[in-house]
Ligand binder design. Structure first.
Ligand code: SF4
Length: 619
């Protein structure tokens, strides 16, 4: 659309700006261009919850066009959970609708004196009072706004977790029914939204997305859509959703159980894809332009959790299930539904509860601290109750709302050893001791402990070929292979591009960089080769690194929780394994062109990537 909205929440001023062509060519869109704004506009060292932080919603050039699975948008800000580069990404339909309302993105700055929400429609925008929405959860917020503005509006909003500044609050979208929604979950972007007293963004419009070569683009997009539609990926994800990973990771001995004390979960068959299909599944839900429909619709038919909603995902089954020692599928599903309602990141929430359970087991947290709650592994009711307790910061929930790293610093007693986070971001449900190379990906991910920055879990756990990077195979998963670090680098660069173009990362399994470069060329009207595509990916990865280096990140922060480095897995196929990270980091820094002592991109590398202007930021 060529147009970005800037909203100063302090004084209510709204303006439009038009990024120049050179900037768009260098950073494409989405999280790429948002990171450029972050470096340009967010001063070093600011309070993430203060007025100087900016909250940037950004679509990519492909968002809302017919290429497969292109409904995505990114949200960027300095993270209140990690204190470094924060980014979250979501799909559904909201990204498409933001664009159709006439804008590629929105930059929020300042803090509103009272709760507000933004409405964008057909190229116009206005702030409205949201006092009546404050204190409401996501589906209720969505319902009330739609009643006021009309059903065709699409809403992104926060629940009360964001209002209460829970450090890992999510931005939710497409919450059209109770317990529904898609989440921009990671890094506390909903927390930043809450700090700005911004409750929601309602978008609607019919703006046409310009395509440089419309006929050629249509034909090519349709062909790629067909390829995805006939792929093995679709067959697996449509049938089982992301839950298909439960057994695949468990048989490798890498399914984090009881806060990562082991990697084998004995009751995996109670919570796997088959169990979901046979008990609670009622339907499958796609995002915009996606033939896959990996989203699950579920119904808990009876009992105290009787309810319907959207979920669970693999990460819910890991975070609220195996990490907490819970094998009750209905309770895990209910916890997911409630995270949708309160607006909580499922991964950080479940992982934090698992950490608290181990603290309780070790006597670091007592029944007195928890207000009488029994934090035993396997406590089914507790995982459900805690979603609300954390979101409201009630009692012990106030401590859990801070995330594992902050909790460990407060609790002391060496609990940081088993706080399962990197750079403050809680880890997803893949134990690196059972697939060593994933440890490097966690350690180097710009937003902290993240599995989809590099998405190396695919080749590492499944030995699956991914099309987005040529020759993307890794060696023996139980050996530290320095040459595998090149694949991590290439994956980080390639998968980061999906956050810039507005595509779903699952497409990296089916379509190659040549496919995406060609689609972009037809859309934008200038040639982008697969080499250009890879170079932009590398530029964007380094750009986020620069933000982090400026915030004080060094090689010492590119590390893993001591448990993964020092405590051998006690059982299963990966028994006896830890991760020896240093040789992997050395080789990775060489491939990256980063200084091995400091972890800074070298000046030569920055010049090569057209990032000369950033040298003064970190040297
Ligand atoms: S693969 Fe799943 S998450 Fe990705 S766009 Fe399709 S339905 Fe959405």
């Amino acid at each position: 659309m060529g147009k970005i909205l800037r909203v100063d929440l302090t004084n209510g001023k709204i303006s439009e700006e038009f990024p120049d062509e050179e900037t768009l060519k260098l950073y494409l869109g989405g999280s790429g261009i948002a990171t450029k704004y972050m470096i340009d506009e967010i001063p070093k060292g600011i309070d993430p919850l203060g007025p100087e932080n900016k909250l940037i919603f950004m679509t990519g050039p492909l968002t809302g066009t017919p290429s497969p699975s292109t409904g995505r948008y990114s949200v960027n800000a300095k993270s209140p959970l990690t204190g470094v580069w924060g980014e979250a990404n979501s799909a559904g339909f909201w990204g498409r609708d933001l664009k159709r309302s006439g804008f590629d993105g929105i930059i929020f700055e300042g803090i509103s004196p009272k709760p507000v929400y933004l409405v964008t429609e057909d190229g116009k925008a206005e702030l409205r009072d949201a006092s009546h929405l404050w204190g409401k959860n996501t589906s209720e917020t969505t319902r009330i706004i739609k009643e006021d503005l009309g059903n065709k509006f699409n809403i992104a909003c926060i629940g009360i977790a964001g209002e209460n500044l829970v450090k890992y609050a999510a931005v939710m979208n497409d919450c059209d029914k109770p317990n529904y929604g898609r989440a921009a979950g990671r890094c506390g972007m909903g927390t930043v939204m809450g700090s700005k007293k911004l409750k929601a963004i309602a978008v609607k419009g019919n703006a046409k997305i310009e395509v440089a070569n419309p006929e050629e683009y249509k034909i090519e997009a349709k062909q790629r859509y067909d390829w995805v539609n006939q792929s093995l990926l679709k067959m697996t994800l449509e049938v089982f959703g992301t839950a298909t990973m439960v057994d695949l990771v468990n048989i490798k001995g890498g399914l984090p159980t009881n806060n990562w004390q082991t990697g084998v979960f004995p009751a995996a068959d109670k919570i796997n894809g088959t169990a979901i299909n046979e008990t609670i599944l009622t339907g499958r839900k796609p995002c915009f332009a996606c033939p896959i429909a990996c989203g699950r619709l579920a119904e808990i038919k009876e009992g105290k959790y009787k309810s319907t909603g959207e979920g669970p995902e693999y990460e819910t089954l890991g975070a609220f299930g195996t990490m907490c020692g819970v094998d009750n599928l209905e309770a895990i599903t209910m916890a997911h539904f409630l995270c949708n309602e309160y607006g909580l990141d499922v991964i950080s929430a479940g992982n934090t509860i698992g950490f608290a359970m181990e603290c309780y087991e070790k006597g670091i947290l007592t029944k007195e601290d928890t207000g009488g709650l029994e934090f035993n592994f396997g406590n089914t009711d507790l995982i459900v109750d805690l979603v609300s307790i954390i979101s409201k910061r009630e009692g012990i929930g106030d401590l859990l709302a801070e995330g594992t790293r902050n909790m460990a610093h407060k609790l002391g007693k060496d609990s940081i050893r088993f706080a399962m986070q990197v750079k403050g971001l809680e880890l997803p449900a893949y134990d690196s001791r059972a697939a060593k190379i994933t440890g490097l990906a966690y350690a180097t991910a710009n937003r902290g402990g993240c599995h989809i920055t590099a998405y190396i879990e695919g080749p590492a756990f499944l030995a699956m070929p991914f099309m987005i990077v040529e020759n993307a195979t890794v060696g023996d998963s139980l050996t530290e292979n320095p040459e595998d670090t090149k694949v991590v680098k290439d994956f980080e660069d390639a998968f980061g591009l999906f956050d810039a173009i507005g595509g779903c990362k699952f497409m990296g399994m089916v379509l190659s960089s040549e496919d995406w470069a060609s689609l972009l060329s037809k859309l934008l009207g200038y040639e982008i080769t697969k080499e250009d595509f890879a170079k932009i990916g590398e530029r964007l990865y380094n750009l986020a690194r620069i933000y982090n280096v400026r915030e004080g990140i060094t090689r010492a922060d590119d590390t893993l929780p001591p448990r993964l480095l020092e405590d051998p897995l006690p059982e299963g196929p990966a028994k006896g394994m830890t991760v020896n990270l240093d040789p992997l980091l050395d080789a990775y820094y060489d491939y990256r062109g980063w200084d091995k002592e400091t972890g800074k991109p070298t000046k030569e590398k920055l010049k090569e990537l057209g990032l000369d202007w950033t040298i003064k930021e970190i040297y």
